[in-house]
Ligand binder design. Structure first.
Ligand SMILES: [Zn+2]
Length: 494
């Protein structure tokens, strides 16, 4: 007979760009389907951490999962700033009530991101773990999954027992880490795994656009972690690359190693990877070339002339989705055969929808810009509507203009991670030589890692704005950049 195991499941995730003006509010987390509890929570995100966790946990006999009422990702996704105190306190308060009402539990799974930033709470994931621990008691095991962009230090594992972060950017292994968290939680509850961990902070901070794990040197960090997991049984390694657009005290690279009751081994592995990161610090910060927008468009023209197409022109810095700088330059330099995906403009999209816009209609509007200075000025586009459809909670208008260029207007920020979904809008991908998109690294999934694009050009405006690689231009209050490479000369020895 297998002893029955009861595991509570909680979700609270956001990647907060604290430099955005719009707070992430209580109402942003409330919409049809969110908050979710019971089976609805367990079925949320079936291909991500949650799906992997639930699938694996249910492969064990006698495991009962209890979905405690939790908010899903906010409506604003990653396009909103500080999470309000009201939102954090309301949801964590209800989670604790749920844990008390449904308990006792042998284990708790926390499905978090790691880069949530909350007004008045410096380390929200650690605070969540602290509160959960206070309710479930010292004997229960607490395990979490994280995005590698988490801003974490040793605080989380003071209250929780285990954390499992994705290793790849793009994040290919979310489901896998969810499975892992479930298996290790069950093993720990059964007394088969005694978590011993070590955390080391490495004083390196980088913009996310540089962190692609498909190439060195970021790939080397991933690879080294995988090697340790392969050569030692029961070793798990988290390399948090960190998310520098959250103004919180625990940014910077963090190495976390988990072993089965072997603190010495955990320290050895953590030191090894921390030392590797430190050795490679210069390459980590310089290996990805970022062009000015004018330079990027000129290089795209040269790539077309040499037949090195398709080209990806990615404005990595646009955090609102409404920026017009790249579009303006494409028009100014008379680039042709370009698909611009997308310019977000909620007002224009609503106006077109209300007017019953459809294929064949002439198009003449000022679009984009304005939402903040980083979006720039609106740009007048004249052309013909090829398609206008409702989908995924947005209104999409496809406009042909200029010299065989096509622009997609959307309601909200759209990060195009792979080209093939664009066919749903009736587009023939072969017709384009250039894809002008808004993405930092996730686009590599469908444009680069698979060999689709022949030329990749990352661009940002000169200004610099809030999504910039020039972190020293950002108004940090809770971070002293001089304590981090490359903005100071921290004294670090792993
Ligand atoms: Zn991430």
């Amino acid at each position: 007979m297998t002893t029955k195991i009861r595991i509570a499941v909680l979700h609270f995730a956001h990647e907060t760009v604290t430099f955005l003006k719009n707070d992430t509010t209580l109402s942003d987390f409330i919409y049809p389907g969110s908050p979710a509890s019971g089976e609805a929570l367990l079925k949320a995100y079936p291909k991500s951490y949650m799906g992997g966790f639930v699938k694996m946990a249910r492969e064990f006999d006698g495991v009962e999962l209890v979905g405690i009422e939790s908010p899903l990702w906010p409506k604003t996704s990653i396009g909103s700033g500080w999470v309000t105190e009201e939102a954090f306190e309301t949801f964590t308060g209800r989670m604790m009530e749920g844990l008390k009402a449904e308990g006792p539990f042998d284990g708790v799974y926390l499905c978090v991101h790691g880069a949530m930033a909350v007004r008045g709470t410096a380390r929200p994931e650690a605070e969540l773990a602290r509160r959960v621990r206070a309710v479930v008691g010292p004997k229960a095991f607490i395990a979490a999954t994280f995005d590698l962009h988490g801003n974490e230090d040793e605080q989380f594992l003071k209250h929780a027992d285990m954390g499992f972060a994705v290793k790849y950017f793009p994040h290919y292994d979310e489901y896998l880490q969810g499975e892992r968290a479930a298996r290790m939680l069950v093993r720990a509850i059964r007394g088969d795994y005694k978590p011993a961990h070590v955390t080391i902070k490495v004083p390196i901070v980088s913009a996310t656009v540089r962190m692609w794990t498909g190439a060195s040197p970021w790939m080397d960090l991933t690879q080294r972690a995988l090697v340790w997991e392969a050569r030692e049984t029961d070793v798990y390694v988290n390399v948090f690359f960190s998310f520098p657009f959250a103004d919180v005290p625990d940014i910077g690279i963090t190495i976390q190693v988990l072993t089965n009751n072997n603190a010495k081994l955990a320290a050895e592995v953590a030191r090894d990877i921390a030392a590797l990161a430190w050795r490679k610090r210069e390459a980590l910060l310089t290996s990805t070339k970022i062009h000015s927008i004018a330079e990027g468009v000129t290089l795209a023209k040269q790539a077309i002339a040499k037949g090195e197409t398709p080209v990806v022109l990615a404005d990595h810095s646009d955090r609102s989705g409404s920026a017009t700088f790249l579009l303006r330059e494409i028009v100014a330099q008379e680039l042709s055969g370009v698909l611009i995906a997308t310019i977000a403009d909620a007002k224009a999209a609503a106006k077109l929808k209300a007017a019953g816009a459809r294929a064949g209609d002439p198009f003449d509007m000022e679009i984009g810009g304005l939402v903040d200075e980083s979006a720039g000025e609106p740009l007048r586009i004249t052309g013909t509507i090829l398609n206008a459809v409702e989908g995924h909670g947005q209104f999409w208008v496809v406009v042909k203009f200029g010299r065989d260029n096509v622009l997609i207007l959307s309601t909200y920020l759209v990060q195009v991670m792979e080209p093939f979904g664009l066919r749903l809008l009736g587009l023939d991908l072969d017709a384009f030589k250039v894809f002008a998109i808004k993405s930092r690294v996730h686009f590599r999934k469908g444009f680069d890692d698979n060999g689709f694009a022949k030329t990749i050009l990352l661009v940002e405006p000169d200004q610099p704005f809030l999504g910039t690689v020039h972190l020293d231009a950002l108004p940090y209050r809770n971070v002293d950049l001089k304590k981090f490479y490359p903005y100071g000369e921290p004294d670090f020895r792993a």
